[in-house]
Write a protein that binds this ligand. Structure first.
Ligand code: LMR
Length: 394
């Protein structure tokens, strides 16, 4: 059996995490995988999460099955958070999935059932797992222009020109906010134009919403997804609670469908439930129940929102500090984009050999495309980091 197989490629984000963990140097710094960190470099359990977990521990009376579509309180709270009252509730349907990646997977399976020959367009560049996931799902991935490596911003005209040429056999995967890996995002006015274009061409919007609240706030970050659902008759959204609830290992996500009407939404729900049952039966409940408890208790919800604001504001401060230190070290405004970007990441635009030198010579770990996890930047040591970056560029 196994003689027919060859070693499969490893995912570069998790491979780098393995290298970092094996590194014995005490001064090492992990700016790779996208996890939030406090000043000590630890990824903390959010206070609201600990309280919700305690409540679950004290009150849970059974570990019996929840059901194929998962924790309904969780799914409904999430769809409410994402759309508020901006979209007719009858059009919305959702199922729980194992993490944001699980939600994308369920959606990809559904898209494959609906249109097996469709092309799925992803941004150039995109999260490195999008392409292999689409291939594994039997879909046909292609890149649309997105990031201008010179200006470190979105090449919007080129992106829009590509979208304008699409049709009903095209699916467009959009990062709803906090673009991963670049940190460069669409403005509300650009979202409006993307929505107009896709409404006109009939291309299908598929949104990856993994960082809601990490950019400019819960409402501002939901602008794109709401706009697409209001403009286009049908969209799909993959939601992750990994980052904004800090539930990375619990795998809590929601696959959301917005359909033309209630009847179509019911069909989408039945298809997603059918895919889940045949794939892994149902999702793990613990992380979902934590979110359910938090979102349905006014005090815990307020506490969670405050913590999320703290995290977002800290990342914004780190952006300002790092941009300032890079301005000083390079004696130029070349890196000012770090302050303008939003979300967890920025693509620094360093050559591959500089990224390797940072790792081997300085113990500083970035993804090979020079994506930096802003949350991992040491708050009071940005000068040292900036000097190290400029050093390896010499
Ligand atoms: C990342 O991009 O680093 C995170 O989304 C973690 C992951 O699953 O890749």
């Amino acid at each position: 059996m196994f003689e027919t197989l060859q070693k499969a490629p490893v995912d570069k984000i998790f491979a780098l995490l393995g290298e970092y963990r094996a590194d014995k140097r005490t001064h090492k710094l992990d700016l790779g995988i996208g996890v939030y960190k406090d000043a000590t470099g630890n990824t903390p359990v959010m206070r609201a999460v600990t309280k919700a977990e305690k409540r679950i521990f004290d009150n849970q009376t059974t570990k019996s099955y929840v059901g194929v579509s998962g924790n309904r309180g969780f799914c409904d709270s999430v769809t409410d958070l994402v759309f508020g009252d901006t979209v007719d509730a009858d059009r919305i349907t959702s199922v729980q999935a194992p993490g944001g990646t699980g939600s994308l997977w369920v959606i990809m399976q559904l898209l494959h059932r609906a249109k097996p020959d469709a092309t799925v367009w992803i941004s150039d560049p995109s999260w490195p797992n999008h392409y292999p996931m689409l291939e594994l799902a039997g879909l046909n991935p292609k890149y649309y222009p997105y990031f201008d490596a010179k200006t470190r911003s979105v090449k919007f005209e080129e992106m829009l020109a590509t979208l304008d040429k699409m049709g009903p056999n095209d699916i467009v995967l959009l990062h709803a906010c906090c673009h991963n890996p670049t940190g460069a995002n669409l403005t509300p006015a650009q979202w409006d134009q993307v929505a107009d274009s896709m409404k006109r061409t009939g291309a299908f919007p598929f949104l990856d919403l993994a960082y809601l609240g990490f950019g400019d706030g819960l409402e501002a970050d939901a602008y794109g997804v709401r706009k697409m659902a209001q403009s286009c008759p049908e969209i799909m959204v993959g939601f992750s609670a990994s980052k904004n609830f800090g539930l990375y290992r619990e795998r809590a996500g929601v696959a959301i469908g917005v359909a033309a009407d209630k009847e179509a939404a019911g069909i989408v729900f039945s298809q997603m439930a059918n895919i889940i049952r045949a794939s892994f039966s149902q999702s793990p409940d613990h992380g979902a129940e934590i979110v359910n408890v938090i979102m349905n208790d006014p005090e815990l919800r307020t506490e969670w929102e405050a913590e999320l604001t703290e995290m977002r504001e800290k990342m914004l401060t780190l952006r300002t500090n790092l941009a300032g230190s890079l301005r000083k070290a390079s004696n130029s405004d070349e890196y000012d984009f770090v302050e303008e970007h939003r979300g967890m990441f920025s693509l620094l635009g360093l050559p591959a050999d500089a990224v390797t030198k940072l790792k081997t010579e300085k113990g500083i770990y970035l993804i090979d495309d020079s994506r930096v996890n802003i949350a991992g930047v040491p708050e009071h040591d940005t000068d040292k980091l900036a000097t190290a970056i400029l050093d390896v560029l010499e």
